[in-house]
Design a protein around this ligand. Structure first.
Ligand code: SF4
Ligand code: SF4
Length: 165
């Protein structure tokens, strides 16, 4: 694939906030170490870019099944085999990092699209909220809030920072 997949997280957030019945599709890559436990691109992006990496992370503390863990870089990971979708972590996060629909898909594999497959990729784009996913010919550009998730995916998100502009 020459073009990159650009995912605009704000468009997903608006879509999810409109109604708790709104369940957007999820994209994932097969044969990628990042998809261990069937994690969606959106989950990876949110923990990498949206999460503020709290020192004493309330999401980890509240999880009744020890499904969340912080790595040495301070990034949160969810063990999908332990998570029961109780959403306590969603409710307690003071920054609204996770979208309300975030862990809905655990049992609904129909909403997952394998982005390694060109046909599924196009179906995924069509199924997503309008303008939320597009194919682009560009690289990471922090001035436009566009960041590299991996070699194939760019994420558009307003990232919180303590650095003075
Ligand atoms: S509470 Fe929210 S912002 Fe803090 S580490 Fe957990 S997910 Fe990230
Ligand atoms: S949804 Fe519940 S079980 Fe899953 S990670 Fe969050 S707090 Fe833990």
């Amino acid at each position: 694939m020459d073009k990159k997949i650009l995912i605009d997280l704000s468009k997903f957030r608006v879509y999810s906030d409109k109604s708790c019945d709104n369940t957007p599709p999820e994209g994932f890559f097969t044969n990628s170490p990042n998809t261990i436990g069937f994690k969606s691109i959106r989950e990876m992006a949110i923990f990498q870019f949206t999460c503020r990496k709290c020192e004493d992370a309330p999401c980890i503390n509240v999880c009744p099944f020890e499904a969340l863990e912080k790595d040495t870089e301070g990034m949160i990971h969810r063990h999908t085999n332990l998570c029961v979708s109780c959403k306590s972590c969603v409710a307690i996060c003071p920054f609204g990092t996770m979208m309300s629909d975030f862990f809905k898909h655990i049992k609904n594999k129909d909403l997952f699209y394998d982005l390694s497959d060109n046909h599924e990729l196009h179906k995924f784009i069509k199924a997503c909220p309008i303008g939320a996913v597009s194919l682009v010919d560009m690289d990471e550009n922090p001035d436009e809030n566009i960041y590299k998730l991996n070699d194939q995916v760019l994420i558009k998100e307003n990232i919180w920072s303590t650095e003075k502009q």
